[in-house]
Design a protein around this ligand. Structure first.
Ligand code: TMP
Length: 209
């Protein structure tokens, strides 16, 4: 694969979207060939799946259904958008990927890491990021901030215990799969978080050139 696949991961409200916008501007200024995308969603079909997953009226969605929908959205995303871009040698910037499913569905929903990994491997044929920036920040504070701002979607409205479990799950997963993952201290100012992110992105870009 010629391109570079970079993902941003972390709890809800950890500032991924804000920093992503800054990274996008930075790469634009450098005239790099890149795409910017997100999960769940990223494609026409994926965005429809996103609406079903996050719709707060779907309160009775089974955890298994939820995990399969995330994997379905990801499968479409990889086939339609991510793989073609990587084959063309582009940088692919993606907010969230399989690590989110392992943390939220595997651990948060108690479906099991291996089980969730299995359905995802089927959906995405084992493709993994070249670099994952993980945004460390206390999930409780950030979540409060986010739900106050806009009410929150179905996942954001899950209780604090769920989000704590997801966070602890992330910690466990980062120990299990440390490869290609870099820590970002997301408690710092936007400028500092951006600088930390760019440091790692520059390193991987240099290594590829
Ligand atoms: P977003 O707010 O980062 O766009 O993500 C939507 C929600 O979906 C967020 O609460 C995290 C959750 N999520 C999962 O539970 N599993 C996944 O695989 C992904 C990609 C997101």
């Amino acid at each position: 694969m010629k391109g570079i696949f970079i993902t941003l991961e972390g709890p809800d409200g950890s500032g991924k979207s804000t920093i992503m916008k800054h990274i996008v501007n930075y790469l634009k200024d450098k005239n790099l060939d890149f795409i910017w995308t997100r999960e769940p969603g990223g494609t026409h079909i994926g965005e429809k799946i996103r609406n079903i997953i996050l719709d707060e009226n779907n309160k009775n969605m089974a955890a298994e259904t939820e995990a399969l929908l995330y994997a379905a959205s990801r499968g479409q995303h990889v086939q339609e958008k991510i793989l073609p871009a990587l084959k063309e040698g582009k940088v692919v910037l993606c907010e969230r990927f399989i690590l989110s499913s392992l943390a939220y569905q595997g651990i948060g929903r108690n479906l099991g890491i291996e089980e969730v990994k299995m359905i995802n491997d089927f959906a995405i044929k084992g493709i993994r990021p070249d670099l994952t920036l993980f945004f460390y920040v206390d999930p409780v504070t950030t979540l409060n901030r986010k739900t106050k701002q806009k009410g929150g979607d179905r996942l954001e409205k899950e209780g604090l215990d769920f989000h704590r479990e997801v966070y602890d799950g992330y910690m466990k997963l980062l120990k299990m799969y440390p490869k290609n993952t870099k820590e970002i201290d997301a408690t710092k100012s936007i400028e500092e978080v951006f600088e930390q992110s760019i440091y790692h992105i520059e390193n991987i870009l240099k290594r590829r050139n």
